[in-house]
Structure formats: structure tokens, C-alpha cells
Design a protein around this ligand. Structure first.
Ligand code: HEM
Ligand code: HEM
Length: 194
């Protein structure tokens, strides 16, 4: 259905390759969605860390004005990607690797998606619990609350640390494939010639 409408708009048979992955390669859309989500998640992570480690409340509020939209973008893109893989496209076959590595890769990919959703929800929970939206976005001045007074803050912090660990593992695995196994994993997902 999506293909039909896109081919009506762009009028070309190439559309199929652009939106549907094949067993050896992510489609252009799937690759773009991955890299856009990756950028938004990593930028939101850095902004969150900076907000929580700055002692100047005015500066912290201005970083949160960046953290929240970036994080909501990452949250929305993750929901969109999950819907994409369920309704429109099919993940490529995994690269040849031992079974234990394949299991870890699947767990890490699912874990990353789940953690981004959990961070989005706990972040929204923290915003609601602490009533900070009026200070950060309402423009009515006031002081930032002490986030440590709210349970959602601890949940959000714990999820963030777990995300960092999985992300480190994910990035290490990607570079290991690319440079040690030389299986051109980046080309599979849109970086470099097919
Ligand atoms: C520098 C950062 C990153 C690098 C180098 C990277 C690299 C890759 C590569 C090479 C693949 C393809 C694996 C395969 O062959 O099937 C992949 C897939 C995947 N990556 Fe990343 N990634 C990065 C950041 C992220 C981030 C921040 C997330 C989410 C929090 C993420 C989530 C996923 C998921 C869920 C998949 C499976 C395919 C999909 O759902 O789109 N990655 N990544
Ligand atoms: C992709 C989703 C998200 C990521 C990766 C993320 C990441 C982070 C990180 C790393 C921290 C610092 C944690 C610490 O030092 O213990 C943080 C704090 C925070 N985040 Fe998020 N977050 C996300 C979603 C959200 C959302 C959707 C909201 C609000 C609507 C939000 C609001 C906050 C607030 C209020 C803090 C506390 C800042 C402080 O302690 O000064 N986050 N986040």
C-alpha cells in the first residue's frame, strides 16, 4: 500500500528498492531511519548528561529545552521504526556469525529500542511529576525543582546508564564487523558503496 502511494508520487519502479530492504541490505528508508534515530538518541543522551551535571539552573533549563525535543524525536522515530519493521519492511538476514553472537545482536537491538521507549516514558513521567514544564517551556521564570526528589529521576537515570552500556556494545560490534571481520557491515546499512 505504502509502496503504491510512493510510486504514484515518484513514478518509478526504483521506489521498491528504496523502501523495501532485501536479505543482504537495508533499504534507503530503513538506513536513513536508523541513522536519524541514532543521531537523535546520542544527542539527547549528551544533553541529558550535561543538564544533570550543570550546577547553574538557568543553564540547566536551557539544556533541557534542547534535551526534551531531541528525546521526543528519538522516541517518535523509534515508534515509527518499530511500526515500519512490523507493517512495511522486513529486516535483512543476519550476517554469517556464530549463533551466540546472533543471539546477543538480537537482544542488543531489541534492548536499544525498548530502552529508548522506556527513557521517553520515564522522562515524560519526570516532567509531569516535577511540574518542570512551566519553568522550562512556560517562560514564567521560577526555579528548577530538585529532580532527585522524584522517583522517576532514578528510573530515568538507571535506564540512561543501561542504554550507554548497550550502545557501547552495539558500536563496538559494528566496528568489529567492519574492521576485524571485514564483512562491510556499514555498506549494508547505507554507509559506503553496496
Ligand atoms: C555510532 C552509532 C551507531 C553505529 C555505528 C551503529 C551501527 C549499526 C549497524 C552497522 C547496524 C546493522 C546491523 C546489521 O547488520 O543488521 C545497526 C543496526 C541497528 N542499530 Fe545501530 N548503530 C549506531 C547507533 C544506534 C543507536 C543510537 C540505536 C538506538 C538506540 C541503534 C539501534 C539499532 C537497531 C535497533 C538496529 C537493528 C536494525 C534497525 O532496527 O534499524 N543503533 N546499527
Ligand atoms: C531518547 C530518550 C531520552 C534519553 C536518551 C535521555 C537521556 C537522559 C540522560 C542521560 C539524563 C542524565 C541522567 C543522569 O545523569 O542520571 C537525563 C536526564 C533528564 N531527562 Fe532525559 N532522556 C530521554 C528522554 C527524556 C524525555 C522525553 C524527557 C521529558 C519529557 C526527559 C527529561 C529529563 C530530565 C528532566 C532530566 C533530569 C535533568 C537533571 O537532572 O537536571 N528525558 N536524560
Amino acid at each position: 500500500m505504502v509502496e503504491f502511494w510512493l510510486s504514484c508520487i515518484y513514478g518509478g519502479w526504483r521506489v521498491r528498492d528504496e523502501i523495501k530492504s532485501n536479505p543482504g541490505r537495508y533499504s534507503t528508508v530503513a538506513a536513513a531511519l536508523h541513522w536519524l534515530t541514532a543521531l537523535a538518541v546520542m544527542a539527547a543522551f549528551v544533553a541529558g548528561m550535561r543538564a544533570s551535571h550543570t550546577s547553574d539552573p538557568v543553564h540547566a533549563a536551557s539544556i533541557l529545552r534542547l534535551h526534551v525535543p531531541l528525546a521526543l524525536l528519538a522516541f517518535a522515530l523509534t515508534i515509527f521504526r518499530l511500526a515500519w519493521w512490523t507493517l512495511v519492511d522486513r529486516l535483512p538476514e543476519p550476517l554469517p556469525m556464530p549463533v551466540w553472537q546472533r543471539i546477543i545482536a538480537t537482544v542488543v537491538h531489541r534492548g536499544l529500542n525498548i530502552l529508548v521507549l522506556a527513557l521517553g516514558l520515564s522522562g515524560i513521567g519526570l516532567f509531569v511529576q516535577s511540574g518542570v514544564a512551566a519553568v522550562v517551556f512556560g517562560g514564567n521564570g521560577g526555579n528548577l525543582p530538585n529532580f532527585d526528589d522524584f522517583p522517576a529521576r532514578y528510573v530515568h537515570g538507571a535506564f540512561a546508564r543501561l542504554l550507554f552500556l548497550l550502545l557501547a556494545l552495539h558500536i563496538f560490534a559494528a566496528f568489529f564487523h567492519q574492521f576485524a571481520k571485514r564483512d562491510r557491515i556499514f555498506a549494508r546499512i547505507g554507509i559506503g558503496r553496496p
